[in-house]
Structure formats: structure tokens, C-alpha cells
Design a protein around this ligand. Structure first.
Ligand code: AMP
Ligand code: MG
Length: 392
């Protein structure tokens, strides 16, 4: 059996970044840029007005100007302003040739075609002009490799005309839910059955980290059917997640099935609770996680191992660190030699350990917002001691 940190080190060293794909901009939200992105144009690509007002030539140094032009946004004409002439101009419209300053309409007294600036001391040459290249120069890096694409990033990329972005493509993931006792939602429970909660959990977690290509399988605790399902999942997916059947019970056929399918073990069993019988394996570049079926084990193991591995595949950096280190609100007694991941809630910057820590028990997830990690060496912690927490 290995420690939590050994298991994480193995995964860190094993998982490589996914294939680089050039995707349409609209498909890249939340993905990671796989290369530095350069601009091929200047933005703005022409000097334009930042206000609704009047374009003038500052050096004319006059008190009044005569309006000879009207320029709206999108107007492609570039008239030359003569000495003493002004252009009526609107936000985003190109400055007439020769002009260099825009006086907002609130600061102009207009009579017929003549204008006078009300408070000239407030302005100087270049006031209220967005100059060509003020945002971006040609050849400038606008997004660094490794950046996560946000809605704002999409705006930036669109502003320089980029319609396709090289990103680390997320893996296709297969979920295999095993267990003869499982019933699907929408059906009544027959005696001895429980609802399949791990399937919805895994789906939700995958959606949360932006994985869209998901195949769902169900398998009975029966070796031949399970083998077929494992083989099929490995045919279609980059990453296979199994729930249940990886412990030492008589009906736990997952480990054998994975071996038969050519999956090489990275590790099996971790000194932790919940989730001790976690299995991780590899087949070529494909990754396999067999998660022990207890619902809290699935959530813990996904949070601690699967999620950081998938994020690493998707090009994220620093995916293995706890989210925070915060003081405890309750004392804890622990058992040295095992790492405990406790369902907890952060309130006023303190970590509250919740009741209902058994691995079958999901009740704490109604209020919990993180796991608190009690490390292997720890036997007890006092109120106020710092503890690492991992948000979902
Ligand atoms: P296993 O790892 O298959 O031995 O399952 C351990 C425990 O988790 C058993 O009590 C199962 O009934 C329960 N369990 C297994 N799979 C699921 C699931 N998909 N949803 C909820 N509970 C499950
Ligand atoms: Mg089972």
C-alpha cells in the first residue's frame, strides 16, 4: 500500500498533456491555450473617437470651429479636415484625417454649424482619441501558453480576429458503473436495491471540469459481461472510470477485467480513508481509475486523484495543491498511518468538520464545500490548528 503523496507523485509523473487541437473560438471556453497566441493586426486598427462629440485639430488653436463633416461608427470615408474645421463624430467612428482630438459634446457650445469649447483647459492634444494600436500591436503576444480561456479571453481573441485557438483537447471519458444492487433514478427500489448515486456524481464532476465527451456504461457483477464493457470502453475513451467492484469481495471482478484488457497497474490501494482500494492503471496513453463503490469514496477519490489528473491532461498547472490552509473549528482525533479526507464546511475562514463521515454516508454533502485532509502522521489536532482543504 502506498501513501497519498506517493499516489499523487505517480500520477503527476504519468499523465501527459492531451493532444493539441485547433478549435473554433466558440468551443474553447475554460480550455487551456497550448501555444502563445500572437496578434496579426493592430487594435484598434484606426484612430477613433472615444466619445460622442467633435473632432478637431488641436494645433488650430482657435476658439470656434466650423462643422463640415459628420462621421458615424462604421463610416469608411476619411475626409481631410481643413484648418478651422471640425467633424461631428460619434463613439467608435474613425477620426477625420488631420484631426487629433475629440471634444465631448457636453463641453461644446454649438450654434448652427459653429462650435466653441466650454472648458478648454480640461483638454489637450489627443484627448478622447483611441489611437491605432493602443490595445494591441502586430506580433504582440496577447495570450500566454497555459492560460485558461475565460469569457473575457474570448473577447480579447475575437477583437484581434482570431477564430481558431490551439488548445489541449480534453479526454474522452467512459464511466462504467458496476453493481447488481443498483437501481436507476425514476424507478422504485426493490428490497435490497440502492439508487446509483455514483453515476450522477461522476457525470457532474466531469461536466464541472469541462469534459463534454462522456460515454456511460452499466455492468452487472458478472465477469464476462464486465469484461465486454471494459473492452468496449477502452475502445472509445481516453480515460475510463469504474465505480465499484475493485475491493476484495467475491463479486469484485474489475481488477481481473482490467488486467485481461491489458491495463498496467500504476498503483492499487492507498493508505487513506475513505477510498483505500483505489486502483489506477495505464494502457498506452489511456488512463484507468477504478474507484471503490462507496459513494463518499468515489467523491473523495475523484476530488483527490481523478480531477487533478484530468486537469493535468487538459494542460492546467498546479492541479494537485490544496485550495487553502485554514484553522480548524473542531478538534480532531485521528489514526496515524492513514490519511483521512473529512467532509467539511468553511465558515468565517474556519474549517468545520461535519457529522456523518462514514464512506456510505452522503448526508454531509448537503452542506459540505470541501474535504479537509488529516495527514498520515497526525494523531490529533486542536481548535485553531491549520488544516489543508480541497474545495470540490
Ligand atoms: P463495491 O465497491 O462494489 O464493493 O461497493 C461498495 C459499496 O458501495 C456497496 O455498499 C455498494 O452498494 C455501494 N455502491 C456501489 N456502487 C454504487 C453506486 N453506483 N451508487 C451508490 N452506491 C454504490
Ligand atoms: Mg459492487
Amino acid at each position: 500500500m502506498i501513501s497519498v503523496n506517493q499516489a499523487k507523485d505517480i500520477l503527476k509523473a504519468t499523465v501527459s498533456a492531451g493532444e493539441i487541437k485547433h478549435l473554433p473560438l466558440s468551443k474553447t471556453l475554460d480550455l487551456i491555450a497550448a501555444e502563445d497566441i500572437f496578434s496579426h493586426i493592430e487594435v484598434p486598427s484606426f484612430d477613433n473617437s472615444a466619445m460622442d462629440g467633435y473632432a478637431i485639430t488641436w494645433e488650430d488653436n482657435l476658439d470656434t470651429w466650423e462643422i463640415t463633416d459628420v462621421i458615424a461608427a462604421g463610416n469608411g470615408n476619411r475626409h481631410q479636415l481643413q484648418y478651422g474645421k471640425a467633424g461631428r463624430i460619434f463613439t467608435g467612428a474613425p477620426l477625420p484625417k488631420g484631426s487629433d482630438t475629440v471634444i465631448p459634446q457636453e463641453f461644446v457650445h454649438r450654434e448652427g454649424n459653429l462650435i466653441r469649447i466650454i472648458d478648454k483647459g480640461k483638454f489637450q492634444k489627443g484627448s478622447n482619441v483611441r489611437f491605432k494600436g493602443a490595445q494591441t500591436k502586430i506580433g504582440e503576444v496577447i495570450l500566454k501558453k497555459g492560460s485558461q480561456i475565460t469569457p473575457g479571453t474570448i473577447g480579447l481573441l475575437a477583437s484581434v480576429g482570431i477564430s481558431e485557438v490551439p488548445v489541449f483537447s480534453p479526454p474522452k471519458v467512459a464511466i462504467i458503473i458496476t453493481g447488481n444492487e443498483l437501481q436507476e433514478l425514476g424507478n422504485p427500489l426493490v428490497f435490497g436495491q440502492i439508487y446509483n448515486s455514483n453515476g450522477p456524481v461522476l457525470m457532474a464532476y466531469l461536466q464541472q471540469i469541462g469534459i463534454k465527451s462522456i460515454f456511460s456504461f452499466q455492468a452487472k457483477d458478472e465477469p464476462i459481461a464486465l469484461q465486454k464493457t471494459i473492452d468496449e470502453a477502452l475502445e472509445h475513451a481516453d480515460v475510463v472510470l469504474l465505480s465499484g467492484g475493485i475491493s476484495v469481495g467475491d463479486y469484485d471482478y474489475v481488477k481481473k477485467g482490467l488486467e485481461n484488457a491489458g491495463v498496467k497497474e500504476l498503483f492499487y490501494r492507498i493508505k487513506q480513508r475513505p477510498g483505500k482500494p483505489l486502483f489506477a492503471g495505464k494502457k498506452g496513453k489511456q488512463l484507468v481509475f477504478a474507484l471503490p463503490g462507496n459513494p463518499a469514496s468515489v467523491i473523495t477519490c475523484f476530488n483527490q486523484y481523478v480531477k487533478p489528473s484530468l486537469l493535468q491532461w487538459m494542460g492546467h498547472e498546479a492541479t494537485w495543491k490544496p485550495s487553502l490552509l485554514l484553522p480548524l473549528a473542531n478538534p480532531i482525533k485521528s489514526k496515524a498511518g492513514l490519511t483521512f479526507f473529512l467532509k467539511a464546511k468553511i465558515d468565517k475562514d474556519e474549517v468545520h468538520i461535519l457529522p456523518g463521515q462514514e464512506s456510505f454516508n452522503l448526508i454531509a454533502f448537503g452542506t459540505a464545500d470541501c474535504f479537509a485532509e488529516v495527514t498520515e502522521e497526525t494523531e490529533e489536532l486542536q481548535v485553531g490548528d491549520l488544516i489543508s482543504v480541497y474545495r470540490w
